[in-house]
Design a protein around this ligand. Structure first.
Ligand SMILES: NC(=O)c1ccc[n+]([C@@H]2O[C@H](COP(=O)([O-])OP(=O)(O)OC[C@H]3O[C@@H](n4cnc5c(N)ncnc54)[C@H](O)[C@@H]3O)[C@@H](O)[C@H]2O)c1
Length: 261
């Protein structure tokens, strides 16, 4: 019996086998969960192929997999309607998606951010948590657990993180407001603040190499983290071990966030 045996949920954000969502899924599956997936649609079908191959590596040759552009209400509606039709209920949702125009993620250019880039980043990276939670509520009649991935750049200024830092601040506070309202439905909402990890999304952030170096030098544990460590915290937050934990932002960053100087 694993900590998540008998629990089923949907994971948003597996782009490939470097994605945080991939490491989270690996640990959730190891703890006995049933995971369902979405991929970002693209006309050439490249994203779907990469996602499928990453899921194959997790030992899922024929995954429950739907296209989902989370910036589209219709696309989210289709995913949750299919979840309802196929399973009736889910126990958890993993939000591990984000997007900001990389043009505005360069050291020193935060002040150049356009209205359009701001709106798009906040929509895809923060509003989508609310949009998913709204649709998950009817599928969680007996309660559930929702987690989202964030980064320390949502709390403090990290050069280059820029617009994404604003989106993460919004995401983290969205999680708290959701936690406050959904508690009476026994739905818990938490965020995991993960250390830097080499992923597609991270490669868009200017100054990412310095973040890894700085983390190694400054973090109390004197190292970077690996994806499984975030996955293990996801197992905890989605399991009954965390039954009284909601509205939290759990740092999985080798202690980086506690150090001032
Ligand atoms: N890599 C890091 O250093 C790091 C650190 C802390 C937090 N995070 C966060 O982890 C989460 C996952 O990112 P990652 O680093 O694993 O990178 P990733 O590139 O592997 O994952 C990002 C995912 O977002 C998805 N996505 C983007 N726009 C979307 C849309 N409109 N609809 C649906 N999906 C969309 C992509 O398809 C991809 O699967 C993000 O929220 C990111 O900000 C990353």
């Amino acid at each position: 019996m694993g900590l998540l045996t008998g629990k089923r949920g949907v994971v948003f954000g597996v782009a490939n086998d470097h994605s945080y969502a991939w490491f989270i899924s690996k640990q959730l599956l190891g703890a006995g969960a049933q995971c369902l997936f979405t991929h970002l649609p693209d006309p050439a079908g490249k994203m779907e192929r990469r996602c499928r191959s990453a899921l194959n590596e997790l030992g899922i040759p024929d995954p429950w997999l739907m296209p989902c552009d989370a910036s589209s209400d219709a696309s989210l509606d289709a995913v949750f309607a299919k979840l309802q039709a196929d399973f009736g209920s889910v126990d958890f949702v993993v939000h591990s998606i984000a997007f900001a125009d990389r043009q505005f993620l360069q050291v020193g250019n935060f002040h150049t951010t356009t209205r359009q880039a701001w709106a798009q980043a906040l929509d895809i990276s923060a509003y989508t948590l609310l949009a998913m939670a709204q649709r998950a509520i009817p599928l969680m009649p007996n309660g559930g657990s929702i987690i989202a991935m964030t980064y320390y750049g949502g709390e403090k200024v990290i050069p280059g993180y820029n617009l994404m830092g604003i989106a993460k601040a919004a995401l983290e506070h969205t999680a708290r407001y959701l936690a406050a309202e959904l508690g009476e439905k026994k739905i818990r909402v938490n965020t995991i603040s993960g250390g830097p990890l080499r992923t597609l999304a991270a490669s868009a952030v200017g100054g990412i190499s310095q973040m890894f170096e700085h983390q190694q030098r400054k973090a109390p544990l004197r190292r970077n983290i690996d994806g499984e460590e975030v996955g293990n915290t996801a197992v905890y937050l989605l399991s009954d071990l965390a039954s009284a934990v909601t509205g939290e932002n759990v740092h999985v960053d080798a202690g980086f966030s506690i150090v001032g100087l």
